[in-house]
Design a protein around this ligand. Structure first.
Ligand SMILES: C[S@@+](CC[C@H](N)C(=O)[O-])C[C@H]1O[C@@H](n2cnc3c(N)ncnc32)[C@H](O)[C@@H]1O
Length: 224
């Protein structure tokens, strides 16, 4: 804790005053309209924009951007409208894998790029993704809805596409958290304990976990 001579709190008060003045009605309306215009073109932004929502920003900066390399190949599972896809465009090649053609059509509206390949799968596979070539796999907002047998099938299939030393980052439902357990009926029954066991059983080494940043889910990073 800072000592009593710290200016921390007076500085916070100052900036809070400035913040209040920025909260005038016309300014709030202007900012709301600007926010709406900026984000409404990407399906899924209603769940939170990683540009502005602090925990999502943290996920972007800590679990996504450090892995993006222009000589690496990536797979995103369940890209939706591209809320996270936009941070993966710096990869040499990105395979965006989704089960629903409607969602791939939505993604195509904003992400028809030469280095992005849209892949429709049958639920847990990677058709057309070259074996042993993938450096990074990312999934957010998808595994939270998947039941264990589908997660296990995905994990088994991920082993086939990875390069040695690749990183897999998956956000999954954490029903140890009350929000996943009681407030979000679409969230699957899963916990860090179950997820760890499934990841280990598929032959991966767990490198890192984040059980605290998100209020309804957790993150795990693993490699082969
Ligand atoms: C809630 S949306 C999240 C979209 C995006 N990742 C985001 O965070 O905004 C779930 C996405 O997962 C896709 N999806 C659902 N089940 C899937 C599966 N078994 N395999 C691949 N994608 C799946 C949906 O079509 C959708 O694109």
């Amino acid at each position: 804790m800072p000592d009593l001579s710290t200016q921390l709190h007076t500085k916070m008060l100052d900036s809070s005053g400035r913040w209040r003045s920025r909260r005038s009605l016309p300014r709030r309306i202007y900012r709301a309209v600007r926010r709406e215009l900026a984000s409404s073109d990407v399906y899924g932004m209603d769940w939170g924009d990683p540009e502005t929502v602090a925990p999502l920003k943290f996920v972007r900066d800590r679990w996504v951007l450090p892995y993006v390399r222009d000589d690496h190949v990536a797979v995103e599972i369940g890209p939706g409208g591209g809320r996270w896809t936009r941070y993966l465009l710096g990869f040499k090649q990105l395979y965006a894998v989704d089960f629903y053609p409607e969602l791939l059509a939505e993604l195509k509206k904003g992400f028809a790029k030469p280095n992005v390949t849209l892949v429709q799968n049958t639920g847990a596979d990677f058709p057309g993704v070259p074996a042993g070539q993938v450096d990074y796999v990312f999934s957010f907002g998808c595994f939270v809805h998947l039941d264990s047998p589908i997660i296990e099938a995905y994990l088994a299939n991920i082993t086939g596409i990875l390069k040695p030393g690749a990183n897999v980052v998956i956000q999954y439902s954490d029903t140890n958290k009350i929000m996943a357990r009681e407030l979000l009926p679409g969230f699957a029954e899963n916990t860090p304990e179950k997820m760890r066991a499934m990841v280990a059983a598929a032959g991966f080494t767990i490198l890192e976990e984040d059980l605290t940043t998100l209020w309804h889910s957790s993150l795990i990073r693993f490699t082969l």
